[in-house]
Unconditional design. Structure first.
Length: 80
């Protein structure tokens, strides 16, 4: 999904709904931030890891991250 597709889907929903994202282990949390980032494909893909990992390299894939309140910022320090 890209940003344009996300916007189109969001336009079909009631505009007063609260937006949530996956929490740390289980459940959901309020979205704290939406941020452009660069990621790279995981070279070691286990079922419990995401398909991507953060990177600050110019060769990374540009993405939009939807970050929940529970997200541990230490994990993403490399991209700052």
């Amino acid at each position: 999904m890209n940003v344009a597709e996300l916007i189109e889907k969001l336009k079909t929903l009631p505009q007063d709904l609260t937006v949530v994202a996956d929490s740390y282990e289980d459940g959901y949390d309020i979205v704290r931030e939406i941020k452009a980032s660069e990621v790279a494909y995981q070279t070691e893909q286990k079922w419990y890891y995401g398909r991507f990992t953060s990177t600050n390299e110019q060769t990374g894939i540009k993405v939009v991250r939807i970050i929940s309140e529970a997200r541990d910022d230490k994990k993403w320090e490399r991209e700052e």
